[in-house]
Write a protein that binds this ligand. Structure first.
Ligand SMILES: *Cc1c(COP(=O)(O)O)cnc(C)c1O
Length: 394
C-alpha cells in the first residue's frame, strides 16, 4: 500500500491533505522523501517559529527528554515556572499563566476564567461572550461556537453552549453589549479569516470602553503571539492591556503547548481547571528555548529586519501582479495576498507545491504567508523566486 492509501485506511479523513511526504527540515527549507526541497512559507501554520531543526531548540528538547519528560501538575514544574516568568517579563503585563496543550484549550481556559469572573464580580451573573465575524477560536464544541463563521456551526454537533454571539465589526460590538455580557473575545489580526488586521485606534477605543464597563477583553493571540507581528505580543504592538490573552502556535516551536494568561489571578482557585499534559517538562522547556532564540533576535533588531524584508518583497509582487491580486494584507510575518478569485487562490496553493514552495490559504481568497520568525533573507529570496514562477504561469 502507498502512504496515501494507508492514510485513507487508518486516519479519519477530516482534512483535505496533500500527500507530499516530508522527512527532513533545516531552517525554512524542508525535504520530501525524494530529496526535493521546498521553501517553507507556512511553518506548520505558524508553529515552527524558529524553523526546522533549530539547534537551541532540539538540544533543549533532547536534554530534557533524557532527564524528565513528564511528572504531573501535582508537583511544581521548574521549567513551567520559568517559562511563565519569561512570558510575563517579555509581555510587560502583570499576569498569571495556566498552561494547556493547544489554542482551543487555551481559549477554553479563557472562557472559563471569564465566566467565573462574571459570577463572582456581579450580583447578577454575566456570562455572554461577544466575538467577531470571520474569527477563528478553535474546534472544541465551545470554541467552535465562539468562532464567528456560520459554516463551522453545523447541526451535526448541536446543541452548542449558550452565550456566544458574533458581530460584523468592532463598531458593532458596542450595541451588542447587554447586562449579561462578561467578555469580548477578538483576534487583533484575524488569521484563518483572511489575515485581516484591525485598526489600532478602534481596538484601543474598544479596550478603553470595556475597561470602563468592567467587561473583560480577551485577545486570542494563538496565531499573533510570540513575535509573529514583530512584537512579542500583538497586544504590545497595539498598546493595549487585555484582561486575558491566549497563546499557542509558535510558543513551543512544534511541541504542543497552549497558554492562557490573565491579570485576574485570583479568579480560578484549586480544582477549577486542570490539564494532565499542560505545562509539562518537555513542552515548557521547548517554550523556553524558543523564547531564548526569538527574544535574542528581537533585542538585536533582527526580527524587524526580517519582516521589513519580507513585506517589501510581498509589496513588489502585489504591485507587479495587479491582474491576480486585489491587495497585500497582514502585519509582521503574518501576511497575505488577497487574490481576485477563490480559483486563483486554489491554483496558487496547488501549483506552489510542484514548484517547491509551501504557502497557505486563508478566508475565501487569500494566499497566506506564515514563515518562521528565523527565516533568512536567502530563503525569502528563493521562496519569492519560486512564488513568481507559480503566479507568472497562471
Ligand atoms: C489556530 C488557532 C486556534 C486553534 O488552535 P489549536 O491549537 O488548533 O486548537 C485558535 N485561535 C486562533 C486565532 C488560531 O489561529
Amino acid at each position: 500500500m502507498t502512504l496515501e492509501q494507508q492514510d485513507k485506511q487508518y486516519i479519519l479523513q477530516t482534512y483535505t491533505r496533500s500527500y507530499v511526504n516530508f522527512v527532513k527540515g533545516v531552517g525554512s527549507t524542508i525535504y520530501d522523501e525524494n530529496g526535493k526541497d521546498y521553501i517553507d512559507f507556512a511553518s506548520g501554520i505558524g508553529v515552527n517559529s524558529v524553523g526546522h531543526a533549530n539547534k537551541t531548540l532540539t538540544k533543549a528538547i533532547c536534554e530534557q527528554a533524557n532527564n524528565i519528560i513528564h511528572i504531573s501538575n501535582l508537583q511544581v514544574i521548574e521549567p513551567q515556572v520559568k517559562l511563565a516568568q519569561k512570558i510575563v517579563e517579555l509581555s510587560g503585563y502583570d499576569m498569571g499563566i495556566f498552561f494547556a496543550n493547544s489554542g482551543a484549550e487555551a481559549n477554553e481556559g479563557a472562557i472559563k476564567i471569564a465566566r467565573k469572573y462574571g459570577e463572582i464580580q456581579f450580583d447578577k451573573k454575566r456570562y455572554k461572550v461577544i466575538t467577531l465575524e470571520h474569527s477563528f477560536h478553535g474546534r472544541t464544541i465551545t470554541t467552535v461556537k465562539a468562532t464567528g463563521q456560520e459554516s463551522f456551526h453545523t447541526p451535526h454537533f448541536s446543541p452548542y453552549p449558550d452565550g456566544f454571539s458574533y458581530e460584523k465589526s468592532i463598531d458593532d460590538i458596542y450595541k451588542a453589549i447587554d447586562d449579561e455580557t462578561v467578555a469580548v473575545l477578538i483576534e487583533l489580526v484575524q488569521g484563518e479569516g483572511g489575515v485581516q488586521p484591525f485598526e489600532k485606534e478602534a481596538v484601543q477605543k474598544l479596550a478603553q470602553y470595556l475597561k470602563e464597563k468592567d467587561i473583560l477583553l480577551i485577545v486570542d493571540e494563538v496565531q499573533t503571539g510570540v513575535y509573529r507581528t514583530g512584537e512579542f505580543l500583538a497586544s504590545n504592538l497595539y498598546e493595549i492591556e487585555p484582561d486575558i490573552i491566549t497563546l499557542a502556535k509558535g510558543l513551543g516551536g512544534g511541541v504542543p503547548i497552549g497558554a492562557v494568561m490573565t491579570k485576574h489571578k485570583e479568579v480560578l482557585s484549586a480544582g477549577d481547571h486542570g490539564s494532565t499534559f499542560g505545562g509539562n517538562y518537555l513542552s515548557t522547556t521547548a517554550g523556553l528555548a524558543v523564547l531564548e532564540v526569538l527574544s535574542g533576535l528581537y533585542d538585536n533588531g533582527l526580527i524587524d529586519e526580517t519582516l521589513l524584508y519580507f513585506s517589501n518583497k510581498l509589496r513588489m509582487i502585489a504591485a507587479k501582479y495587479e491582474n491576480l491580486f486585489e491587495k497585500e494584507v497582514g502585519l509582521g510575518l503574518m501576511r497575505g495576498l488577497r487574490a481576485k478569485s477563490a480559483q486563483i487562490q486554489g491554483s496558487i496553493i496547488k501549483n506552489a507545491m510542484a514548484e517547491g514552495l509551501v504557502v497557505l490559504k486563508a478566508g475565501r481568497n487569500t494566499v497566506r504567508f506564515l514563515p518562521s520568525i528565523t527565516i533568512t533573507k536567502k530563503e525569502i529570496d528563493e521562496g519569492f523566486i519560486r512564488f513568481e514562477k507559480v503566479i507568472s504561469s497562471l
